[in-house]
Structure formats: structure tokens, C-alpha cells
Design a protein around this ligand. Sequence first.
Ligand SMILES: CC(C)(COP(=O)(O)OP(=O)(O)OC[C@H]1O[C@@H](n2cnc3c(N)ncnc32)[C@H](O)[C@@H]1OP(=O)(O)O)[C@@H](O)C(=O)NCCC(=O)NCCS
Length: 148
Amino acid sequence: MLTRDWTKEDIAEISALEKVCFSDPWSEQTFLAAFSSPYFAGVLIEDNGKIAAYACASVLFEDAEIGAVAVAPEYRSKGLGKTVLCELEKRVKEKGAERIFLEVRVSNESALGLYRGAGFEAFGVRKKYYADGEDAFVMRKELGASAR
Ligand SMILES: CC(C)(COP(=O)(O)OP(=O)(O)OC[C@H]1O[C@@H](n2cnc3c(N)ncnc32)[C@H](O)[C@@H]1OP(=O)(O)O)[C@@H](O)C(=O)NCCC(=O)NCCS
């Protein structure tokens, strides 16, 4: 397994995996636009040249906002979610972030377990945040010295 930053060439494969992992996937164009921004941070884990997990965020001054965290179904429950999230935290800190935010479906137990275990706390609910009407928890983590 190899952990590394995204390249532009990864985005087609990430977009295909995104469709497998989410009911409301980001399009390839959305990923390309995000990737092209100077505020972008993206990390992935590859296994023999195949992308097994990916995560990205945008960093605006001291605040980072997670765009995606996903693990290919056949690689789940092996700690890759934890690893890719931890690597993303390191990248956003390098870009100056002091805290990190995300939205997550209120029903997404596995993601909530991952984020709570990583030290995120829910501090609000965005009603009907998703296109299908589901609410989102808004979660936050202060990035202390230990994440460096
Ligand atoms: C959420 C997701 C990234 C977790 O990835 P993963 O590699 O399976 O997670 P890990 O093996 O690193 O597990 C980390 C923690 O997540 C939680 N978790 C993982 N799978 C879980 C499950 N099926 N049920 C409950 N909690 C679970 C646990 O708290 C776990 O910690 P533990 O191993 O100490 O118990 C993965 O399920 C996924 O890609 N889901 C689809 C995309 C998605 O929903 N992304 C989040 C959007 S906000």
C-alpha cells in the first residue's frame, strides 16, 4: 500500500470509485475544478496501482472543509479510512489549517464512527442538506500538535 497526493491523472479513477461509494457522487468535472484550486489538498492510498481509498479537502486560511473521504468496498474495515483521514489532516495542517469541518449524513453510521473515533465532534445539523432530503451533521475538529 502506498499513500500519496492526488495527481490530475488519478481523477478519472477517483470519479469512477466515487460513483460506487456515494448515492450523490461528485462528477469528474467537480473533482477537476476542485483539484485545480490552490486551496485543494488530496491524498489517496493505492494498492498495486489501484486506488483503494481517497480523501480531499479545501483549505481557506485556518479552516479546512472536507470534500470527500471514501474507501473502495472491498478494502473497508481494514483501517484505510482512518489512515487516509489522518494523512489528509497532515496535508491541511501543512497548508495552514487550524481546524477542519465536514458534513455527514445523519444515517451514515460507519462514517460517524470513523469521524468520532478521529476526534471530530458534531456541533450542528443542516436540515435537508442532501438532495434526497436527508439532514447532515456538521462536525469539527481542532487540529492540535499531535496531527503533525
Ligand atoms: C466511512 C468509510 C470511509 C470508512 O472506511 P473504512 O476503511 O471501512 O474505516 P476503518 O476501517 O478505517 O474504520 C475506522 C472507524 O470507522 C468506523 N466504522 C467503519 N466501518 C464501520 C461500520 N460498518 N459500522 C460502524 N462503524 C464503522 C469504526 O468506528 C472504525 O473504528 P474501529 O475500527 O476502531 O472500530 C467507508 O465505509 C466508506 O467509504 N463509506 C462510503 C463513503 C462514505 O460514506 N464516506 C463518508 C462520507 S462523509
